[in-house]
Ligand binder design. Structure first.
Ligand code: GBH
Length: 544
């Protein structure tokens, strides 16, 4: 408790940045405006009401020859509704019209605004009354924000000026208030045209198209944006999109996966990840050769990284724990730091794992200035040798030969947030930071996401929902452990972003889940209110 009370901005080194994170698809809405093209998530979130059986007999037999996977007969069914509450992100939290809510942390000032005043101020801005609002607006305590561009041109090379103008407004407004934008180039919203034309991330053509898009961003915004994140969580979209099938484009090919369309989960996740790594490296190379010297920014990539603890002390489980980490984080980190995939992956995935040519390996290796880590939770890992896994799990996940669980017997590893996967284990962040330090030579790390969600309970009052003690505890516990990893263990961590600034559209969970420091009232014109955690965070950043 004593430690917790001490937590302040001063618990972190000089120059350490604090911010909140968001993403275009989960926030913006305005899907028909300013020439915005359709994305794979638009299609995915709207594909409900369809029931069909999609036989993949042939696909699976072809795959067997090529990839040496046991023959299987499988089919998929698509049921109604990809998103649990049948919502979509056509409106999301309407951020395209209201990016200015990023100012809702009020700077410490001579004038103390009351709770009500602050809301009136926000509300004015929300309604587009800019000038009046700007009179009131003061700087945020946070000194940066993680923002995602929705701007991936649809492959034709045509740049949409309306989109550029919009993001110029956002970036300039942020900088005018002293807030550094950390910009993510890709957070899962691939143009549907590229999916239709050549299967998106499955085709190497994506490397060139992504590079063109990224270069456009460097040209247009790089004079002001100094922190670039090429990708958000390639592991998530490779596995969820091409193996489990729960995310766009919803491909997978295993029996028992009722929500998927055609795919090949024995090979596609690996191909996708390979093309992502090559895209990242190509973009990073372009940035370094043509822009970095003049623009003086840095480039990184953000990964979803759970921490894993062995289920038992047996060497089998310890090996399985390492494999689980190899297949999640090492999959990307090893190529980036050592030039090739982990040995455990080479051994277990064999011919299905793509190879880097010598030149590609060299391009990928070292192609980042910082590692973004989205960290939320910790699981146990356990050795798994049964073939049942291949039937029950998805192919790429089964390749690990590890089962990961948040339970030991009946005992959960930590308290639970609302999301089924999110268990609260603060110590995990410290262990993970040490793992990165030891394994990869203490690279610069930025925590690009950390947070927890509550259920969007329709039966409780807004006042009640604003009292989010659990979230305060979550962040203060994780931040304490993070501070320990820096101060006591010497880990090179230089930033922390809360996921998320606002409640928003949580992918397959739709609007059932609330991750924000700010509450969004879905029943009343999307008005925003600070939860207790927003006030706590602001105070934390004010002290020390
Ligand atoms: C982040 O991913 C995303 O970057 C962000 O867009 C999102 O809003 C935020 O999390 C909150 O969810 O359901 O058991 O198959 C977090 C990492 C990795 C967590 C995949 C969910 C699926 C686990 N995600 N994982 S399961």
């Amino acid at each position: 408790l004593a430690l917790k009370q001490e937590l302040s901005r001063g618990s972190f080194p000089k120059g350490f940045v604090f911010g909140t994170a968001s993403s275009s698809y989960q926030y913006e809405g305005a899907v028909e405006e300013d020439g915005r093209g359709k994305t794979i998530w638009d299609k995915f979130a709207h594909s409900f009401g369809m029931h069909y059986i999609n036989w993949q007999l042939n696909a699976n037999f072809r795959r067997n020859k090529k990839y040496n996977v046991e023959p299987s007969l499988s089919f998929t069914l698509r049921f109604a509704g990809k998103v649990i509450d049948f919502s979509n992100a056509d409106v999301a939290v309407d951020h395209y019209h209201m990016f200015h809510v990023i100012f809702i942390f009020f700077k410490e000032s001579k004038k103390k605004f009351s709770f009500i005043e602050k809301h009136e101020i926000q509300w004015l801005y929300f309604q587009g009354k800019w000038k009046k609002f700007l009179k009131f607006i003061l700087n945020l305590q946070q000194n940066c924000i993680r923002y995602v561009l929705h701007g991936f041109a649809d492959g034709g090379g045509e740049v949409n000026q309306a989109g550029i103008d919009h993001y110029n407004k956002v970036i300039n407004a942020l900088l005018a208030k002293g807030i550094q934008p950390y910009v993510t180039l890709y957070h899962w919203d691939l143009p549907q045209t590229l999916e239709d034309r050549y299967n998106g991330w499955l085709d190497r053509q994506i490397i060139e198209d992504f590079a063109n898009y990224a270069e456009t961003c460097f040209k247009e915004f790089g004079d002001r944006v100094k922190h670039w994140i090429t990708f958000n969580e390639p592991h998530s979209f490779a596995i969820q999109g091409y193996d489990v099938g729960l995310h766009a484009p919803g491909r997978c090919s295993t029996l028992l996966h009722l929500l998927c369309t055609a795919g090949n989960s024995a090979s596609e996740p690996y191909i996708v990840a390979h093309n992502v790594l090559l895209s990242h490296a190509t973009v990073s190379d372009i940035y370094r050769r043509k822009y970095q010297r003049t623009q003086q920014g840095s480039i990184g990539i953000a990964f979803n990284v759970m921490w894993f603890e062995p289920m038992t002390e047996s060497s089998e489980d310890k090996d399985a724990t390492q494999r689980a980490q190899d297949f999640q984080f090492g999959w990307f980190m090893d190529p980036l730091f050592f030039g090739d995939y982990p040995t455990s992956m080479r051994t277990r995935v064999g011919e299905r794992l793509p190879k880097f040519s010598e030149a590609e390996g060299a391009l990928v290796k070292g192609s980042l200035d910082f590692v973004g880590v989205n960290h939320y939770t910790t699981y146990y890992a356990k050795h798994n040798s049964t073939n049942l896994a291949r039937a029950l799990l998805n192919d790429a996940l089964a390749d690990t030969g590890a089962i990961t669980l948040p339970f030991k017997g009946w005992k959960a590893i930590g308290d639970k947030a609302f999301s089924i996967w999110l268990y609260i284990v603060p110590q995990g962040i410290r262990s993970l930071m040490n793992y990165i330090k030891d394994k990869y030579g203490n690279p610069l790390v930025i925590i690009t996401e950390n947070g927890m969600d509550d259920f969007n309970n329709p039966f409780i009052s807004t006042e009640h929902a604003l009292k989010d003690k659990k979230r305060i505890k979550y962040h203060s516990d994780y931040l304490s452990k993070l501070a320990d990893s820096i101060r006591e263990d010497g880990c090179n961590v230089q930033g922390y972003f809360v996921w998320s600034l606002l409640d928003n559209w949580e992918w397959t969970s739709g609007h059932t889940s609330r991750f924000g420091l700010y509450f969004v009232d879905y029943k009343d014109r999307l008005k925003r209110y600070p939860k207790s955690s927003a006030i706590w965070f602001k105070n934390l950043l004010r002290t020390g």
